[in-house]
Design a protein around this ligand. Structure first.
Ligand code: SF4
Ligand code: SF4
Length: 267
């Protein structure tokens, strides 16, 4: 932690950045995102086992967009998000400094994008055994049963949109769910309207999701969003040899089209 604080203080003191994005102590045992602009504020900067949230989310918010340059405390999830956002031309390398930190809290220093690409590979692959078992169960289902599984899985959704709000890749200024002419997605929670919402979100994130799990953590009714995003990422990797957030020069699989694209998966 002292190493991170030293780097952050120096960056602000030497005017190399205007803003540091990290965490500070919240209420009780909780932590909250924090934005530091002066070296003396850095004493409040913390990083502990509760700092799991993907703060790359803030890179598209006004506070970061208005800064000429900034640094962010970045674990492998945050680094993958940064690389993915850069590949989508949403952030520029010259504006952002990455202070890398492992999930275990070990500072790995300042990372340029090349080093960040290496660091992104340290994000653990795979999922919990119980999630893997569920995925295998879903994949073994006939199509109609699989469809019904997801209709039921999404039916408790209360459309709070916390999953969207917490996702660094959901950065559209106006989401389709907020358009009402035409009204693509019904406003009120409803079995099939919920399915439409989740299908739309899944398609928009296919090949772009970096599997940080933030949507899953934010859902108040425990919809297995991690299962869906993992299945999609796995599918995109298998079919298109494409993995989001591994480098800054990257075209997501579903953003390119060629006349020889595979169609065998369309059912
Ligand atoms: S895991 Fe969820 S929050 Fe993270 S990038 Fe994927 S869809 Fe977004
Ligand atoms: S966070 Fe959960 S309840 Fe809220 S919109 Fe997303 S899936 Fe639905």
């Amino acid at each position: 932690m002292e190493e991170i604080k030293k780097i952050a203080k120096e960056l602000l003191a030497e005017n190399k950045v205007q803003l540091i994005v990290g965490f500070e102590k919240g209420s009780a045992n909780k932590v909250r995102p924090a934005f530091f602009t002066k070296p003396e504020e850095i004493d409040q900067l913390i990083y502990n086992e509760y700092c799991i949230h993907n703060i790359a989310l803030y890179l598209k918010k006004d506070i970061c967009q208005k800064a000429n340059n900034l640094a962010i405390i970045a674990n492998p999830n945050v680094v993958r998000s940064i690389l993915q956002l850069a590949s989508e031309n949403q952030i520029a390398e010259e504006k952002i400094k990455i202070i890398g930190i492992s999930f275990e809290g070990k500072c790995v220093g300042l990372l340029d994008f090349k080093a960040a690409e290496e660091f992104s590979k340290t994000q653990p692959k795979g999922i919990k055994p119980e999630d893997k078992a569920l995925i295998e169960k879903i994949q073994a289902m006939p199509l109609e049963e699989r469809f019904n599984y997801w209709v039921e899985a999404f039916s408790p959704c209360i459309k709070c949109y916390a999953c969207r709000a917490s996702c660094p890749m959901c950065y559209c200024g106006k989401c389709n769910v907020e358009t009402n002419n035409p009204q693509w997605i019904p406003v009120a929670p409803h079995k099939y309207g919920n399915l439409e919402w989740h299908m739309m979100r899944a398609m928009h994130l296919a090949g772009r999701c970096i599997n940080c799990g933030e949507c899953n953590r934010s859902c108040p009714v425990n919809i297995p969003l991690n299962i869906l995003s993992y299945m999609l990422s796995d599918f995109i990797l298998d079919e298109f040899d494409s993995e989001a957030g591994m480098n800054a020069v990257f075209t997501p699989a579903l953003s390119v089209y060629t006349s020889v694209d595979k169609e065998n998966f369309i059912k």
